[in-house]
Design a protein around this ligand. Structure first.
Ligand code: NDP
Ligand code: DGY
Length: 330
């Protein structure tokens, strides 16, 4: 790779996997400043750190807004995020300033789809409850009982995927192997590739009413924010399972709590919440029929390594003014 022009400043907002860090150190960028921690950089430190930067490598937990762009100043040429989601970035402000953006699509699709299927099965087949019952010294697992810890199976079911994008399609493909009978999907447009999973493009209301499993894998946009609300859950079958691995803000969590606690829906699996982390005293965490994971969709060692590598390559391409392997066009 061509050496990056000296005198460029880069700010990395977190400790990143070695695959990415190595690429950056080999590139000979003049000044790499980093928040060298596994925990998020405090806002004040972030604003200070980006001052005069030509490039920023950020995470989905960093809010990239006008204040941050002002703090960085006119040198800023590129922002590379270690994520496929870019809802943490004020795209209009970024565009206005002519800053390029890199992100990490595709490389995390398989890992995220796999985790979403695991989460669906955990919620539908009550795995965390079962694990707890086995450990109880009193009143737990007493015998094999006909209706104890029964849940819902995928075979012969209808699955509804809200947002049949890269990850939605990968989820649908995996679920097919479990004997799913119908795959419905909704979004802004029908997808030619939906044929790969026999997907039927339907209005959201139809998907919600007819699905045994509703899986949300869309991006967070002004249209999808709060989309899963009381009206949404009221339309679901009482035996249906809701799964969200997109962004927490797509769901109205108070309405989800109501739906789960009143038996309006059977169960939910969430890999994403609002806020993150979810406070440990949050009402959703009191429910046995709600499985909450700490946003680990893409968390395999190899996926995170490739994400780090790709985000470093994106950053370097932006600094050099050359192609970025995954540039977000907007
Ligand atoms: P894609 O861009 O491929 O897919 C996004 C999908 O969202 C598109 O198919 C789009 O469908 C759909 N969408 C947009 N607006 C709407 C709408 N109003 N109603 C329904 N669907 C809509 O992205 P990916 O599949 O790669 O990633 C999707 C999201 O998953 C990311 O944005 C991120 O938030 C989340 N994610 C979460 C991870 C985790 O760890 N839990 C890991 C990786 C990603 P259409 O074009 O028809 O509108
Ligand atoms: C993303 O990439 O958007 C995920 O949420 C984390 O991998």
């Amino acid at each position: 790779m061509q050496a990056v022009q000296k005198l460029m400043k880069v700010f990395i907002t977190r400790r990143i996997p070695p695959e990415g860090a190595k690429l950056l150190s080999q590139a000979g960028v003049y000044e790499v400043a980093q928040w060298d921690s596994d925990e998020p950089v405090p806002r004040a430190e972030l604003l200070k750190g980006v001052e005069g930067a030509h490039g920023i490598l950020c995470l989905l937990s960093d809010k990239i807004d006008a204040e941050l762009l002002d703090a960085a100043g006119p040198n800023l040429k590129v922002i590379s995020t270690l994520s496929v989601g870019f809802d943490h970035m004020a795209m209009d402000e970024i565009k206005k300033r002519g800053i390029r953006v890199g992100y990490t699509p595709d490389v995390l699709t398989d890992a995220t789809a796999e985790l979403t299927v695991a989460l669906l099965l955990a919620a539908a087949r009550r795995l965390p409850e079962g694990v707890e019952e086995v450990k109880k010294s009193v009143g737990g697992w007493s015998s094999w009982k006909p209706l104890w810890l029964c849940g819902y199976g995928l075979s012969g079911s209808t699955v509804g995927v809200v947002g049949l994008g890269r990850i939605g399609l990968a989820i649908a493909k995996r679920l097919k192997a479990f004997g799913v009978k119908r795959t419905l999907y909704s979004g802004r447009t029908a997808k030619a590739y939906a044929g790969e999973v026999g997907g039927e493009f339907v209005p959201l209301d139809t998907l919600v009413a007819e699905s045994d499993f509703v899986v949300v894998s869309c991006s967070l946009t002004p249209d999808t924010k709060g989309m899963c609300d009381q009206a949404f859950f009221n339309k679901m079958k009482k035996t249906a399972v809701f799964v969200n691995s997109s962004r927490g803000t797509v769901v109205n969590q108070e309405d989800l709590y109501q739906a789960l606690s009143t038996g309006q829906i059977a169960a939910a699996g969430l890999d994403v919440t609002t806020p993150e982390p979810l406070p440990t005293d949050h009402p959703l965490l009191t429910l046995k029929n709600c499985v909450v994971l700490p946003h680990i969709g893409s968390a395999t060692y190899s996926t995170r390594g490739v994400m780090a590598e790709l985000s470093a390559q994106n950053l370097l391409g932006g600094l050099q003014g050359t192609d970025m392997p995954s540039e977000l066009t907007f």
